[in-house]
Design a protein around this ligand. Structure first.
Ligand code: HEM
Length: 148
């Protein structure tokens, strides 16, 4: 093989290796991003949240809360919120206390909603660590959301 071909090959192999190293290292070193990936990123979250909202709207314990809700807006907000909580590239700044202050949410309603979310995550085979991480991030919001 002529020398210039060898040099070129060596260059190609080295640059391919560095691309692999560069693209793997951030994901490997940021555990939080792996939860977002475990959900299947934006598309996976879209599916899980869609299923979650279907559960909620069919749940006789809590569906009345959502009679006047803007479901597409709620869907979009939840995807962004969960994306951020699971370490994805999203910004979410809505104040949960303010959003829910006039809704009269009870403890029982909060638990029913959490159960509906869990059901949708199990249904879509989301890895348990990612499920638990999301539930653990949501649990402390209970004191701001429950007003009754
Ligand atoms: C940790 C638990 C919860 C989270 C993370 C959450 C998240 C959210 C978010 C992000 C919004 C804003 C949607 C938007 O900007 O359009 C919202 C609105 C709302 N939430 Fe929650 N929520 C929780 C618990 C609950 C519970 C337990 C209920 C009642 C059973 C409830 C009922 C509602 C309703 C009725 C709205 C208003 C929707 C609208 O006006 O269009 N939420 N929630």
């Amino acid at each position: 093989m002529p020398h210039y071909v060898k040099v070129k090959l060596k260059y190609i192999v080295l640059s391919a290796l560095s691309v692999v190293t560069i693209s793997l290292s951030p994901a490997a070193s940021r555990a939080s991003t792996s939860y977002y990936n475990a959900f299947g990123r934006k598309q996976g979250l879209n599916t899980v949240v869609g299923d979650f909202l279907n559960n909620v709207l069919a749940d006789s314990r809590i569906k009345a809360y959502f009679t006047n809700a803007n479901i597409p807006a709620l869907h979009a907000a939840l995807v962004t919120q969960f994306c951020m909580l699971e370490g994805g590239p999203c910004e979410f700044n809505e104040n949960m206390k303010t959003v829910h202050q006039n809704l009269g949410v009870t403890d029982a309603a909060f638990n029913a909603l959490a159960e509906d979310l869990q059901k949708s995550m199990v249904y879509h085979n989301i890895p348990l660590a990612a499920q638990n991480n999301l539930l653990a991030k949501l649990a402390p919001m209970e004191k701001g959301i429950v007003t009754k």
